[in-house]
Design a binder for this molecule. Structure first.
Ligand code: CA
Length: 260
């Protein structure tokens, strides 16, 4: 069961979403305006925030903007405007997903499942390091120069996918499907936005990435090519320090909840 905060001023929509969530085993707090939403957010802990944009007193953009340092709560923006620029803006401001009204109950529940899944710790005992960046896949912790980096659930989910395959190219379609879900295979703008955000947080120089490397039009790679790929007959040249992969003695692969 998860705790969900719903901020939606449309009475009929708020009531029906709350009822659907309740029926599906979620604990729901529903409020009708932005000010109440901001207050509840300050006082309580939630797994997911369902946030309408057009709200009385304080709009959804402002709430999103103020959430900068939240780490363990996923945000799904609900918006009447199905416009691409709103979607990009929501993702830029740190939302994990965006749902344009009208949407069906199944779609909403699927999106919630997807963001909750991204928040599950990866069932791998593994620490991967590239340059100054360390990703501890079992502890769910990312360090840069030894200092913990705050990542949203989706940012972490994406980074974990890359780190799990450190040194290898992970293609766009795979990343979108594993992190966002099957319906997202061609949503490149999600990927671009989140790669950019990760680079801003992790790269020494985000304009010349060495941690999350763009590999032509194929995809992205965490660090330089892995040693077994270098000189392995494919003529790949090592472009930088490759990732170090430290498996702990208790490491068990498989059962990875991120790729479920
Ligand atoms: Ca509204």
């Amino acid at each position: 069961m998860s705790r969900i905060l719903l901020v939606e001023d449309d009475h009929a929509l708020r009531t029906s979403i709350a009822a659907i969530l309740d029926r599906n085993g979620h604990e729901v707090v529903a409020v009708a305006d932005g000010l109440a939403g901001a207050q509840v957010l300050r006082s309580g802990r939630f797994d997911v925030l369902l946030l309408d944009i057009g709200l009385p007193f304080l709009d959804g953009w402002r709430i999103l903007d103020d959430l900068e340092n939240r780490r363990s709560m996923a945000v799904i923006v609900l918006s009447a405007r199905g416009e691409e620029r709103d979607k990009v803006r929501a993702l830029d401001l740190g939302a994990d997903d965006y749902l344009a009204k009208p949407f069906g109950a199944d779609e909403l529940l699927a999106r919630i499942r997807a963001v909750l899944r991204r928040m599950q710790p990866v069932a791998q005992s593994r620490v991967v390091q590239v340059g100054a960046v360390t990703v501890d896949l079992s502890a769910h912790v990312v360090l840069r120069d030894g200092v913990e980096v705050r990542l949203s659930p989706t940012e972490y989910g994406l980074l974990a996918q890359l780190a799990m395959h450190a040194g290898r190219v992970v293609d766009h379609r795979t990343l979108l499907t594993e992190v966002w879900g099957a319906g997202y295979a061609s949503q490149r703008n999600y990927l671009r936005t989140f790669i950019q955000r990760l680079r801003t947080k992790l790269e020494p120089d985000p304009r010349q990435p060495t941690v999350i490397v763009t590999v032509g039009s194929r995809g992205y790679r965490f660090g330089g090519p892995s040693p077994e790929l270098v000189g392995g007959g494919h003529g790949q040249l090592r472009s930088g320090p490759g990732p170090t992969d430290t498996r702990s003695g208790t490491g068990i692969g498989g059962g990875d909840t991120l790729s479920g």
